[in-house]
Design a protein around this ligand. Structure first.
Ligand code: 0O2
Length: 259
């Protein structure tokens, strides 16, 4: 058996650590690009429409442990090129909106930008998970301009309402408390709670419309163009979430299918 001198081992470990940090930094830059875009949309909305569709935004980089766990779980080769190709949620941004209509509107506005490429859309609002989980997930690619050239970085953006976010964070805590073996009666109660959260979303949006009339973007956007091809420029007017879901569904049909 060949032995590597300790100094060489340390040098190798440092090299690997540096490479991993460089790798993660690319995702951090991509995440910042998306955060900036969302922050601009939020400011522009607030100033031009006196309305803020975003309640809060949070971001996270997947931890090295979590990346390693996913590589092992999915049987992905452990080189950087394979991880880059296969794991698309290393950078994640979560946008919590007031209403479902805002979720779809923000998705439309972000994905209409020329330098944003939509790689995959999973609409768990139109098609909730069996446990009741709802959110609109999109893997978006944005260019990051480095001293060495331009790279395309994937960022997973999750759009949801406050009610969906409340449910998801509680469910996440329960899931971890029971180490994934959640008792059946709690599973059922969680699913019922998801239903209640959806009803609350619908009621609050209805209430808002009764108090304030249509949402600002519904007032100012041009009417939808005929045909199913989505034009560049301002996205079609969304009179109700269902219309937006339809657009998302059409988009998703053109996207690679999720597993
Ligand atoms: P974190 O720290 O929140 O990012 P996979 O990524 O392989 O686990 P998949 O099917 O590729 O799963 O991705 P999917 O369906 O888009 O879901 C990934 C993320 O969505 C999760 O990330 C959660 O954030 C969220 N999510 C999906 N399903 C549920 C659910 O049932 N309950 C809750 N609370 N959140 C969910 P991570 O990686 O688990 O963690």
């Amino acid at each position: 058996m060949t032995t590597i001198p300790v100094d060489d081992e340390i040098a190798l470990a440092r090299e690997l650590r540096d490479e991993f940090q460089r790798f993660l930094r690319e995702y951090e830059f991509g995440m910042r690009e998306i955060e900036t875009k969302i922050s601009i949309l939020r400011d522009e909305f607030t100033h031009n429409h006196a309305y803020n569709p975003i309640e809060h935004v949070s971001s996270r980089l997947k931890s090295p442990d979590s990346i390693v766990e996913k590589v092992a779980r999915r049987g992905i080769d452990s080189d950087f090129a394979s991880i880059r190709q296969e794991i698309t949620d290393i950078a994640g941004v979560r946008v919590t909106c007031s209403f479902v209509a805002d979720v779809y509107r923000l998705f439309d506005l972000l994905t209409a930008q020329d330098d944003v490429t939509v790689r995959l859309v999973k609409d768990y609002i139109a098609n909730p998970k069996p446990n009741g989980y709802k959110s609109l997930h999109a893997i978006l690619e944005v260019p990051v301009y480095l001293s060495t050239g331009t790279i395309q970085v994937p960022v997973e953006v999750q759009f949801r309402t406050i009610a969906m976010d409340f449910w998801a964070s509680l469910e996440h805590k329960i899931y971890y408390k029971f180490a994934t073996q959640v008792p059946e009666h709690l599973v059922q109660k969680l699913t019922d709670a998801a239903e209640a959260a959806s009803e609350l979303d619908a009621r609050m949006e209805q209430l808002h419309r009764e108090a304030h009339g249509v949402l600002p973007f519904e007032r100012s956007a041009p009417p939808p163009l005929p045909g199913s091809v989505r034009p560049r420029g301002p996205p079609p007017r969304l009179t109700a979430p269902r219309m937006s879901s339809a657009w998302t569904r059409r988009t998703r049909e053109r996207m690679p299918r999720h597993r």
